[in-house]
Design a protein around this ligand. Sequence first.
Ligand code: NDP
Ligand code: TDO
Length: 293
Amino acid sequence: MKILVAGRSGQVARSLAEAAEGRDDVKLVCLGRPDLDIADRASVDAALAREKPDVLINAAAYTAVDQAEQDREAAYAGNETGPRHLAEASAAQGIPIIHISTDYVFNGEGERPYVESDPTDPLGVYGASKLAGEMAVADANPEHLILRTAWVYGAYGKNFLKTMLRVADGRDELSVVADQSGAPTSSHDIAEALLKLAPKMKDGAAFGTYHMAASGEGVWADFTQAIFEASAEAGGPTASVTRIPSSDYPTPAKRPTYSVLNSSALEEAFGVRLPDWREPVPGIVRRVLQETD
Ligand SMILES: NC(=O)C1=CN([C@@H]2O[C@H](COP(=O)(O)OP(=O)(O)OC[C@H]3O[C@@H](n4cnc5c(N)ncnc54)[C@H](OP(=O)(O)O)[C@@H]3O)[C@@H](O)[C@H]2O)C=CC1
Ligand SMILES: Cc1cn([C@H]2C[C@H](O)[C@@H](COP(=O)(O)OP(=O)(O)O[C@H]3O[C@@H](C)C(=O)[C@@H](O)[C@H]3O)O2)c(=O)[nH]c1=O
């Protein structure tokens, strides 16, 4: 089957390209700017007409959470207008769409893992623009999967794991928030899951919105400690982690205190489940230490 991926240089897009490499059952084409600008409808129409995929995956987004607070227009262009264009254009050509969204659509006041039917209430512009994108996709193309994931990191692009390894190089101590809970999710596990889901996007599929994050939960400080344990084992940089409240790490955008996602509906509908968040950490740390991106 042929899959068109909107986005080329991001974490998930590059992980998808890697996961599809050498597979003869999947032809995957990743298009990013300037060849495909999802905020430009004509560019989207042209890419779909040219590529004629069986499934469209949207891995493009505006992901700068703090910058979004002052860059509202760009955030909505990437996260609402772009997804709407993709969904309208794919619907017009009878192509199902898989769109990726975020745990930041919730306000974080929950006390048990969020299910899909829980009310959304984003705290910042990034989350609000992603929620607007979810609505646009659901309205425009009935054959959609909207997958909310969380705390994405991997070997490619910019992410928290890479930041921690970089900052630890030359520092003995790092202060990291210990009162925001979630599940760090590997972009490589997301890519493998997307390749399992894409062939299931057929007539009668259980289209809709699902959570798709790693199992288990932790706080950013736990994630940092897991990164440094793995790094120490691999001979990489490490630092001691001071656990701090969010109030000691002020940021322009407020993050949800609790954004753990219950991903069991996806498993029930499609048989896809991501591993515990701790599992992929050592392998990705080793890759990052070995590779220059
Ligand atoms: N990162 C995370 O922690 C999380 C991400 N998500 C969601 O997962 C998805 C993938 O995220 P991730 O891979 O981390 O994102 P990245 O920030 O790594 O990559 C996003 C990509 O989108 C591209 N892009 C932005 N605007 C456009 C546009 N108008 N046209 C074409 N391409 C565009 C960027 O291109 P360029 O390089 O040109 O700027 C970039 O390559 C997104 O929907 C995101 O919201 C969900 C939860 C957590
Ligand atoms: C770098 C750093 C961050 N932090 C805190 C800030 C913040 O509260 C938390 C997370 O840091 P970041 O700002 O890197 O992560 P953030 O950009 O909030 O990550 C989010 O990105 C978007 C795209 C999503 O969709 C979310 O699921 C989530 O992954 O860690 C520290 O406590 N110490 C540090 O040294």
